[in-house]
Design a protein around this ligand. Structure first.
Ligand SMILES: [Zn+2]
Length: 419
């Protein structure tokens, strides 16, 4: 059976490719109704047919189309390539779309294999890389020039959450010059990817725990300064309807630059230090103070209940009299005291809010980790940034819309005014 399947499939693809080639040749040649005018103003002349090979979802095909040359400036163009969205590329739009999706999901090598096995398309991994990165850059550019406003009417938004965090992605050596490692004096292993997500909550479950609206999470990411990223996450919040939301909650790890983004862009929002991150700080503090495992429950309960005053007072009692541990422990205690009002977890829960969503942790894994942090991956900043744009677009359920918008743009750009 499988042999038959394969034989018939290959025959159908072959017949389809031949038919497609004939259709494209019919479209691409022949007389034009309207004369073609060059950008210099002169009327272009037909210079006969030229053949082009292009990889399509039906396999590689050849078709011929008319070449036009300007007698005045020598400018050459293939109107059919523009009309068919295959200008300066050997891949059909359908193949480019698959290349981009495959390259966004897995390593370019795996993408090459996936396309061959699942779609019978033979393309080189370097072409997948080029196509996927170019599309990522175009998507970012499209988003930048589209006003950041909600698309259409939104349902009421009781609570809108904005959450952001950083995670490192491995980079090629040349991309790390001038950057510091995580610990002072160490070499950096990667560059920080900033990831943000926006999601909404309409209510709580019967036990009173906040429930995230299904399918409501969208993502943005970038390898960039926190001021650029602040703009990026703010624009995403605008697209998601922050201005219509009854309540806005910003969840962060409590680091200073994340507080700055909150202060600049989300002024009226409630700021909560994500409980997961607070828990990491508490563990670090208890380790520094050498708190016995049997005593730790009490500390964790204080944190969980938002009793930062009690926690800080107890921690101070355990401070060593001098040395490095004292300095580091004091820094951690300071972190809690500075963020006290953002750690009122019992109160936030009483209001039915998320105090630690896990959304950003999961997002760091799905949006960044599974694609950018596999062993043997070393990125350029530009390449990783572009692939992240593509991934966030896909994860946010916007890929098809962005693809259509970009295809539409290309059609508009290549409309040649007729004389
Ligand atoms: Zn010209």
């Amino acid at each position: 059976m499988e042999a038959w399947e394969q034989t018939v499939l290959q025959a159908s693809l072959g017949a389809g490719a031949a038919a497609l080639g004939a259709i494209l040749s019919a479209l691409g040649g022949g007389r034009r109704k309207e004369p073609l005018v060059c950008s210099c103003g002169a009327r272009m002349h037909s210079a006969g047919l030229r053949s082009k090979r292009v990889v399509t979802v039906l396999g590689e095909i050849a078709f011929s189309r008319s070449l036009f040359i300007c007698p005045n400036c020598g400018n050459a163009c293939f109107p059919a390539d523009q009309a068919l969205d295959m200008e300066r590329t050997g891949f059909s739009p359908g193949v480019r779309r698959l290349m981009a999706r495959a390259g966004a999901s897995r390593s370019f090598g795996h993408a090459e294999e996936d396309l061959r096995i699942f779609a019978h398309i033979d393309v080189d991994r370097r072409d997948i890389e080029r196509v996927a990165e170019a599309l990522g850059a175009q998507i970012e550019e499209l988003q930048a020039r589209t006003p950041a406003a909600p698309l259409g009417e939104l349902p009421p938004i009781p609570v809108l959450y904005v959450e952001y965090d950083g995670t490192a992605a491995p980079m090629r050596k040349g991309e790390l010059a001038g950057h510091k490692g995580k610990q002072p004096g160490t070499d950096p292993k990667g560059r920080e990817v900033k990831l943000g997500c926006v999601f909404t909550q309409s209510g709580c479950d019967e036990d009173g725990y906040a429930v995230r609206d299904e399918g409501s999470t969208t993502y943005v990411a970038g390898i960039e300064s926190s001021s650029f990223f602040g703009e990026r996450i703010y624009n995403e919040a605008l697209r998601r309807g922050i201005e219509q939301a009854a309540r806005v909650v910003v969840l962060t790890d409590g680091a200073a630059y994340n507080r700055t983004i909150k202060d600049v862009h989300f002024h009226g929002a409630l700021h909560i230090v994500d409980l997961y991150h607070a828990g990491e700080h508490l563990t670090a503090l208890m380790d520094l103070l050498r708190i016995a495992p049997s005593d730790r429950k009490k500390w964790l309960d204080w944190l969980d209940g938002g009793r930062i005053d009690a926690l800080a007072a107890e921690a101070k009692q355990h401070l060593p009299s001098r040395g490095k541990r004292r300095k580091e422990a004091k820094r951690e205690i300071n972190f809690f005291m500075k963020n006290e009002k953002r750690m009122q977890y019992a109160e936030f829960r009483r209001q039915g809010l998320f105090v630690g969503s896990g959304v950003i942790e999961a997002g760091c894994r799905t949006a960044v980790g599974t694609r950018c942090k596999q062993s043997g991956m070393f990125w350029s900043v530009r390449g990783a940034h572009a692939i992240l744009q593509l991934r966030c677009c896909i994860l946010s359920g916007r890929f098809d819309a962005a693809w259509e918008d970009l295809a539409c743009d290309r059609r508009v750009q290549c409309e040649v005014p007729a004389a």
